[in-house]
Design a protein around this ligand. Structure first.
Ligand code: ADP
Ligand code: MG
Length: 777
């Protein structure tokens, strides 16, 4: 091994993948470049197809590089090919923003496809899925690989077609929704998704860590929720303080002993008995809706319906709703008709969805900070790919202020100064309220700015693409515009991001670079240092000059929530600025506490979901045997032999087998939906019940959930036999109406919006904050 390589090995980050073998392949690819350049297009395509017979990674890199040069006008850098190879080895490639992960990922996807595997490239939204598929389309075509993309509005036929391609780009959520619908299909011909093979995940940390526990839900219309108004009335008559108490942060509310007695008096039941779990939960949810959710802050009422205001994105959140009970409770509070709240028919978390793929890999700018979690939850390792050009961004230490007001004044001053020098500024705020407050301040200071609260991802992308323009001021929230490149001097072709040739207008770029490049300002630390780094990473792409600085204050939410007991006696300057080391420590400490709590929440939620996932798998195995085989017919022939024989004599074997299949599918789905409902109530209720009794909620949950799961298949079978016995038939066939199979009149899908108070577990876990706080310097 060359000395250089040995040194590199020494400085390699612990726990990350060794890049040396990958680099060797890239060197080999470079040696083949001149030969490959001479190939006519058709021969290049033929050479790529030959890789289907025999894998040759160096050849793949050489052909892929040449194809990209011809079709996209971009010759992949060595480090991009290293990234490609890391992905092809099933790792997460850590590559900074602007390094060209889209292209590196496309070459990897093509490599997998040429190995004969089907690849899903998973994006964080519709816009990026489509953009990347269309952008990389010509490259794939030259390599002889077929592609497709799926978006929210794709029809089932379009989806089926897109999934038939070698490589399919899709938002994670859409793949999840397709899976949920497939799991309830009643005809094999309706299935949309193929067997999972390779998942290549863009913005991997966001998907695999931040969004991992978000449930994707398929719901069907039903007439439940009729009790909502009753509980809304009940809690409206309770007295705050006497009957219920809210905590300091106004994130939690619970009945006092007097309140519980009052509710028990009105309802005439023992609120804490196991059989009244559903009532306890409903009362609790109604109380939350009454006491903690405020009209025109947390939601608005428009067109006779409750519309959520998304805190982090500051707009009405379409397609999102609170967990069902809460949604219905708010509607009851506002005396609105209950929206078709629906019954949850099935759900899956992002983590489970990804877990289905036998091969997983991903890319992001920030992976090492969650290396532990990527290994723990996904068995993934990280390849830290160095930048193409060294990063010269200047990351300043935090500027800490005693009060939020002092901090805001300082932020505006900093923005004004940078702007005066012609330097573009991107401000990352914590939430929309903050971004709007800041925008008003900037306006008062006479500064022109753009606030990112566009209505869709495409618009957001178009705006953020201009954030590098001379003197631009852009105010955004954390996730806004992720995936969009910010070039100094502005986007070369704002109407078609990514499709323009790589040449930017050199003069504008140089002018902005001379002014110092993009300045990124954080208005407070996020609840994870990884998110801070994502924001910083917006500046200094591809060796450009740039800088980043975070302004913090001891009144920031992060500090008051996660380090409320830490006192600082530090003295402040005239401008309220604090230089004391101990005070700075508090902010970092609060962030570490927040990270610890998030991880525990993830683990805890995963423990619950894991059991549910296992139970679901068992039911699905049975379901598959019914949908794709004659399991239902055989079961009915075994359990109801006389009826089976009679019906067969009248209607024929095929008709009877078909009817048996529909009946068993229906009962399996029905029992599963009921089981999910039971588990949801159980999970909420078990915490309330366990609270005073010092019991471990997870143990209590399993104690009830496991036997219920065991009964499920037998119950479905019993109900199927009963329905089968009741069938009537004629020569025309079997009359299924008599079996009472009432499938939901409509189904729809959605993401569960974060419960604004955190789940029951989260609140239980707040105890953890106290624990972490105990860890002193
Ligand atoms: P990332 O996802 O890593 O942040 P993108 O894939 O969005 O980065 O690419 C950022 C920009 O870099 C795009 O405008 C793309 O056209 C450009 N780019 C990528 N690879 C190359 C290359 N090899 N040569 C020139 N430009 C490139
Ligand atoms: Mg990207």
């Amino acid at each position: 091994m060359a000395l250089r390589d040995r040194l590199r090995r020494l400085v390699q980050k612990p726990g990350s993948v060794d890049l040396a073998p990958l680099r060797a392949l890239v060197d080999e690819a470079a040696a083949r470049e001149s030969r490959v350049r001479e190939l006519p297009d058709a021969e290049l395509t033929a050479a790529a197809s030959a890789l289907r017979e025999q894998e040759d990674l160096a050849e793949l890199c050489a052909l892929g590089r040449e194809a990209a040069r011809r079709t996209l006008g971009e010759r992949p850098f060595d480090v991009q090919l290293v990234g490609t190879l890391a992905l092809l080895s099933g790792h997460v490639a850590e590559m900074a923003t602007g390094e060209g992960k889209t292209l590196a990922g496309a070459l990897a996807a093509a490599g997998y496809a040429l190995r004969g595997r089907r690849v899903h490239v998973l994006s964080v939204n519709d816009y990026l899925a489509r953009r990347d598929a269309e952008w990389m389309g010509p490259l794939y075509a030259m390599l002889g690989v077929t592609t497709g993309w799926v978006g929210q509005s794709s029809t089932p036929a379009e989806r089926r077609e897109a999934y038939r391609a070698d490589v399919t780009y899709a938002p994670v959520s859409e793949v999840g929704f397709d899976l949920l619908r497939d799991r309830l299909a009643t005809r094999a011909a309706d299935l949309v998704l193929p067997e999972p093979s390779v998942a290549l995940i863009d913005e991997a940390d966001s998907v695999l860590v931040d969004e991992a526990m978000v449930p994707l839900v398929l719901a069907g219309a039903d007439d439940s929720g009729a009790d909502g108004p009753r509980y809304a009335d009940l809690v409206r008559r309770l007295r705050p303080g006497l009957h219920y108490a809210t905590d300091d942060e106004a994130r939690n509310v619970r009945l006092t002993a007097a309140g519980a007695r009052e509710v028990e008096r009105v309802l005439g039941l023992d609120l804490y008995a196991l059989e009244n779990l559903a009532t306890l939960t409903a009362v609790n949810v109604a109380l939350h809706a009454e006491a903690l959710l405020h009209r025109d802050v947390d939601y608005i009422v428009r067109d006779g319906a409750v519309k959520l205001v998304s805190e982090s994105r500051g707009r009405v959140a379409l397609l999102q709703r609170w967990p069902d009970g809460l949604q219905a409770a708010v509607e009851a509070k506002e005396a609105l008709d209950a929206s078709p709240s629906g019954e949850i028919l099935d759900s899956i978390t992002v983590q489970e969805l990804i877990g289905r793929y036998p091969v997983r890999c991903g890319m992001t700018g920030t992976a090492m900070a969650v290396a532990g979690q990527l290994t723990e939850f996904y068995s993934l390792r990280i390849a830290v790919v160095p930048p193409n050009r060294p990063c010269v961004r200047e990351d300043e230490p935090d500027r800490l202020y005693a009060t939020a007001a002092d901090k805001e004044v300082a932020i505006v001053e900093e923005i004004a100064a940078a702007h005066a020098a012609g330097r573009p500024v991107l401000v990352g705020t914590g939430d929309v309220a903050e971004s709007e407050r800041l925008a008003r301040r900037l306006a008062r200071a006479g500064l022109d700015r753009v606030v990112l609260n566009a209505k869709n991802d495409a618009e957001e992308a178009a705006i953020i693409a201009e954030a590098g323009a001379h003197g631009a001021i852009t105010v955004s929230t954390q996730m806004a515009g992720r995936g969009t490149d910010i070039r100094l001097g502005g986007s070369p072709s704002p109407s078609a991001p990514g499709t323009a040739p790589a040449e930017r207008d050199g003069t504008d770029h140089d002018r902005v670079a001379r002014a110092g490049g993009l300045l990124v300002i954080g208005t407070g630390r996020y609840h994870s240092s990884r998110l801070d780094d994502q924001l910083r990473g917006r500046a200094g792409r591809q060796g450009d000059p740039g800088g980043s600085v975070f302004f913090t204050s001891l009144q920031d939410d992060l500090v008051t929530r996660y380090a409320p007991d830490e006192e600082s006696k530090a003295s402040t300057g005239d401008d309220g600025r604090i230089s004391d080391k101990g005070a700075h420590w508090i902010v970092g400490h609060a962030q570490r506490v927040a990270e610890g709590v998030d991880l525990e929440l993830h683990r805890n939620t995963w423990r619950y979901n894991h059991l549910i996932g296992l139970q679901r798998r068992e039911v699905l195995a049975e379901r598959d045997a019914v949908l794709n085989g004659d399991a239902a017919d055989r079961a009915m022939a075994a359990d109801a032999p006389e009826r089976h024989a009679e019906l067969t004599a009248v209607a024929g074997a095929d008709a009877v087998a078909g009817a048996a299949r529909q009946i068993v599918l229906y009962q399996l789905d029905r029992c599963w939906a009921e089981h999910l409902g039971f588990l949801a109530d159980l999970r909420e209720g078990i915490h309330l019940r366990s609270l005073g009794r010092g019991l471990d909620p997870l143990v209590e949950f399993n104690r009830e959930a496991v036997p219920a799961g065991k009964r499920l298949l037998a119950d479905a079978r019993k109900a199927s036999v009963a329905a089968f016995e009741a069938l009537t038939a004629s020569e025309d066939g079997v009359d299924l109406d008599s079996a009472g199979l009432k499938r939901p009149s409509a189904t729809w899908t959605y993401l569960v919006h974060d419960n604004p108070f955190g789940s029951m577990d989260e609140r239980a876990l707040r105890g953890l904050v106290a624990m972490f706080r105990g860890r002193r310097r």
